[in-house]
Design a protein around this ligand. Structure first.
Ligand code: ZN
Length: 74
């Protein structure tokens, strides 16, 4: 009989963990990194999510806002 992991009711996802990391701030996310990666374990289902530092960098890479910045030199 296959044992089913008890993930019922947990709606964690890599995206959610990424969002959580972003809410922590880049400094905290990087400070939590070990061996070049930050590992986050879901407190509910135990699922582990590994984010290499390169990915951390991407998370905090602010896409230069395309919002028009009118240069009003009057
Ligand atoms: Zn979970």
């Amino acid at each position: 009989m296959a044992e089913k992991p008890l993930v019922f009711g947990c709606s964690c996802s890599r995206e959610r963990v990424a969002a959580m990391l972003q809410s922590l701030g880049e400094a905290e996310a990087r400070a939590a990194a070990q061996d070049g990666q930050t590992e986050i374990q879901c407190g509910f289902c135990g699922q582990r999510y590994v984010f290499p530092l390169a990915e951390i960098g991407v998370l905090f890479e602010q896409p230069s806002a395309n919002a028009p910045t009118p240069d009003r030199l009057q």
